[in-house]
Design a protein around this ligand. Structure first.
Ligand SMILES: Cc1ncc(C[n+]2csc(CCOP(=O)(O)OP(=O)(O)O)c2C)c(N)n1
Ligand SMILES: [Mg+2]
Length: 799
């Protein structure tokens, strides 16, 4: 525990942090002009309950190597602390929640003040700290970054946030993986957004965390209350508070000293010693005493944090008051509550702050500014440095693979990784794979056989030692490169997020690849979104996909994922049909996930390739006849840009078939069937609807801004297609994915795809049923590119 003067300084800073956060929110709502009539808000109450805990952490407990996920609504407190430490500007604070101002919820990518993890969607940041801790172990076990001390991964958790299931999924995974160096600090203010939470929840948490191997520290009463409990009659008081229901406690906190006195006198006022204990205090002192919970009491917090001298995962249940120190403290409706200008004025006066000096760092504090500044300058957390960008791991243009005459993209993926696993290259060493219990069924098995599973302690494969034949060797060791997860897809995405930020968090770059079944992207979509939002870098191989997974059953089909690929910011989506395409795309992906430039879009494809991002590969188990062809520089570039002509349209072209992914054979066959009856048909292979679309949008915008010659890859591809020509688009996914192609050059489009879910059957039956077989393509072509009847068109059978 720090000496007294240290504590005095921290108390002053706590006061300042509380004020600055309240003022930041007030400024955004009452001082700054807003034009759209929307309330800016800012969660004054929610942030106030963490003011003390965060003061203790950032000014005393944290070391430069520690990383913190801050509860979303404590963002004003975080920004205030950073401001005091010199990492945040008044401009940004004045712009809180405004355009380019400090963010409503701490953001790694949008905030200027060095946020560790983006939060906002409750539950995700919490689990991210757990996985970041596992990633730190992974990195160190591989011998990297050992010159730096181990950091603690810390989450500040709202008590209602713990309702989110993904937190529990991660606890289970953490237990399996031997979690260390992880602290979760629960802001137990017993309030959610709408309500006061159930009685006794802390006991469930305590049991649960202990069951999964965590230490649990319960911080209930502050130092004042603890001292009062030691006075004569104190035990009575303790019993009264212990028995006090959350609702009543909250109501009394809101009502203040006189109400406390009335209630205590009614309940235990005739019991001698305790009466004297109460009577000895004024209303204000009584209110201060009764609200002195440990989570809002610096000495208790500093002592509890200081006592941890081990690396076991630790959960602190800290009793706090929502709105602590503010007029609506404890009120059940305070979540979106804002202090009125009159209340703010009273707080200003109470804090001793002169009008016009609201942002002054030391205004209203009793200690000398020099002393406070000197203290701030020696704060350990301030010494942290951003890691220098790690040099990119070299990647070849294509990855080696032996292409068989007929194979699926999923098989190709497995073979490419198997080849990579044999290499003794930096690339192969930095790859880390993971999968939520679908390692084998997504063809990662051969890679795992060669590279092994990761665990801090070695575990042999008993089947191997017992000499029982098995296709897979399942050996765990600290050098293993595959992290085996349980089925929870949320865990996959949060782990990918943690692995994909290793270069920023650990200063060591990893090249993460996660595999899962394509439909289950939906299960982890919010976590995927947040991974991208915080600019984590990874490759997602989703397979099998669409209705082409036919024998897997209707329940596993994915329809909307190609649209997710287009719409999800921060991830480039590809859907190759052939394995040579996949080899080019994967090589591109390894380089792309390492890019850190912040350059503008390239004037060639109008994509921000130098900025980089993550990559989503939508793959298939459907075996497809491969094309034997040399991989030219032009073809490679076109595959990466998103499309190429598999059959170039002639000058009199009447129809173009544009396909994506595993329906390539149907598209090729349809072109063959139409060849005699329609002239100069073109066949466009679309490898990335996402990148084509993004390039087109960006080039259009560039033209609108005056760059008249800007042209996108898809615009150049369609430039010579006559305007009367129709385009039939087709994919095993939602037809809207390619329907926009008509808007590029004004061509008429008939988009084919899958719109309904769940019908099972063989591929042939399903393609016919949903209208994406060659016959459906021909029928569509006939309807939009009239001419003489197409001879090979069978009557379309809609099953
Ligand atoms: C996934 C998700 N669902 C809903 C919300 C909206 N929301 C924001 S805060 C909150 C309640 C938070 O309560 P708690 O975690 O106890 O924090 P406190 O407000 O008490 O500080 C809710 C429902 C959200 N941010 N994220
Ligand atoms: Mg709460």
């Amino acid at each position: 525990m720090p000496v007294n003067s240290h504590l005095t300084i921290l108390s002053e800073l706590e006061k300042k942090v509380l004020w600055l956060a309240a003022w930041t929110i007030h400024h955004a709502n009452h001082v700054r002009e807003t034009t759209d009539g929307l309330k800016v808000g800012g969660h004054q109450a929610s942030s106030a309950s963490l003011a003390t805990i965060m003061t203790a952490l950032y000014f005393h407990v944290l070391r430069p190597e520690d990383r913190v996920a801050v509860k979303p609504h404590a963002s004003p407190i975080y920004h205030a602390i950073q401001y005091l430490l010199g990492g945040q500007s008044v401009d940004k604070l004045e712009g809180f929640r405004g355009y380019k101002g400090a963010q409503s919820y701490p953001s790694r990518t949008k905030d200027a003040d060095d946020v560790d993890f983006s939060t906002g969607s409750v539950g995700l940041g919490v689990a991210q700290t757990l996985f970041s801790s596992l990633v730190q172990d992974y990195v160190r076990a591989h011998g990297w970054g050992l010159e730096r001390p181990e950091g603690r991964m810390i989450a500040l958790v709202g008590d209602a946030e713990l309702d989110e299931g993904n937190i529990f999924e991660s606890i289970l995974e953490g237990w399996k993986q031997g979690l260390r160096n992880c602290w979760w600090i629960i802001d137990y203010n017993r309030q959610s957004l709408d309500a006061v939470i159930r009685e006794g929840l802390w006991a469930r948490y305590e049991a649960l965390f202990r069951d999964f191997g965590w230490d649990v520290v319960i911080l209930k009463y502050g130092s004042l209350l603890e001292a009062a409990f030691r006075e004569p009659g104190g035990e009575h008081l303790r019993k009264w508070i212990d028995d006090c229901p959350n609702q009543l406690y909250s109501a009394l906190v809101f009502q203040g000293g006189a109400a406390w006195r009335r209630r205590l006198n009614d309940d235990i006022g005739d019991q001698g010693d305790v009466t004297r204990l109460i009577e000895a205090r004024s209303d204000a002192e009584l209110a201060r005493l009764m609200t002195n919970l440990a989570g809002n009491d610096l000495p208790s917090l500093l002592e509890a944090f200081g006592r941890i001298d081990h690396d076991r995962p630790t959960c602190f249940i800290c009793y706090t008051i929502k709105g602590y120190g503010l007029p609506f403290a404890g009120h059940k409706d305070n979540h979106a509550g804002l202090m009125t200008p009159a209340q703010m004025e009273s707080l200003r006066v109470a804090m001793g702050i002169r009008p016009g000096h609201e942002w002054d760092k030391f205004e209203g504090l009793s200690l000398a500014p020099d002393r406070l500044q000197a203290f701030l300058e020696q704060v350990a957390f301030r010494a942290r440095k951003r890691h220098r960008p790690a040099a990119p791991v070299p990647v070849p243009d294509e990855l080696a693979v032996t292409i068989q005459p007929v194979m699926s993209t999923q098989t190709g993926f497995g073979l490419i990784l198997n080849e990579l696993a044999r290499e003794n290259s930096e690339l192969a060493t930095r790859v880390v794979t993971t999968s939520p219990d679908v390692t084998v069924s997504t063809n990662l098995g051969p890679w795992v056989n060669r590279r092994g599973l990761f665990a801090r302690e070695a575990v042999a494969d008993t089947f191997k030692s017992e000499r029982i034949p098995s296709t897979f060797t399942w050996e765990f060791s600290p050098k293993g490169q595959h992290i085996e997860l349980g089925i929870a897809e949320m865990n996959l995405f949060i782990l990918l997020s943690a692995l994909g930020l290793s270069h920023a968090i650990n200063g060591e770059r990893l090249l993460p690849i996660g595999t899962l079944y394509d439909p289950f992207i939906a299960r982890g979509l919010d976590a995927l979104n947040y991974a991208c939002y915080q600019d984590a870098r990874f490759i997602l191989a989703a397979t099998p996909s669409g209705i082409s997974l036919a024998p897997e059953g209707g329940a596993h089909q994915s329809i909307g994922t190609p649209l997710i690929g287009i719409a999800q910011d921060g991830i480039a989506a590809f859907e190759p049909a052939f394995v040579d395409e996949l080899s080019v795309i994967l090589a591109f992906a390894f380089a792309y996930i390492q890019k850190e430039g912040d350059g503008d879009a390239s004037e060639r494809n109008w994509l921000r390739d130098e900025t980089g991002g993550s990559v989503y590969l939508r793959l298939s188990t459907r075996p497809v006849e491969q094309i034997k062809r040399p991989m030219t520089v032009e073809l490679r570039q076109a595959i990466i840009d998103g499309a190429y002509w598999l059959r170039r349209p002639g000058p009199n072209c009447q129809v173009v078939v544009a396909y994506t992914g595993t329906v390539a054979p149907e598209a090729i066959q349809a072109v063959g069937l139409m060849a005699e009856d329609r002239r100069d048909i073109g066949l466009l292979a679309v490898t990335s609807a996402d990148r084509l679309n993004a390039g087109w949008t960006a080039a259009s915008r560039a033209r609108e801004r005056g760059l008249v010659h800007a042209s996108a890859h898809i615009e150049r591809l369609l430039a010579d297609v006559p305007s009367h020509c129709g385009i039939v688009t087709v994919l095993d996914g939602h037809p809207a994915t390619l329907a926009w192609l008509g808007a590029v050059g004004g061509h008429r489009v008939r988009p084919l795809g899958v719109e309904h879910f769940g019908q099972t059957g063989e591929i042939r039956d399903l393609y016919r049923h949903y209208g994406i077989d060659s016959n459906a393509i021909v029928a569509a072509a006939q309807s939009i590119a009239p001419g003489r009847p197409i001879r090979h068109l069978r009557a379309v059978d809609l099953g």
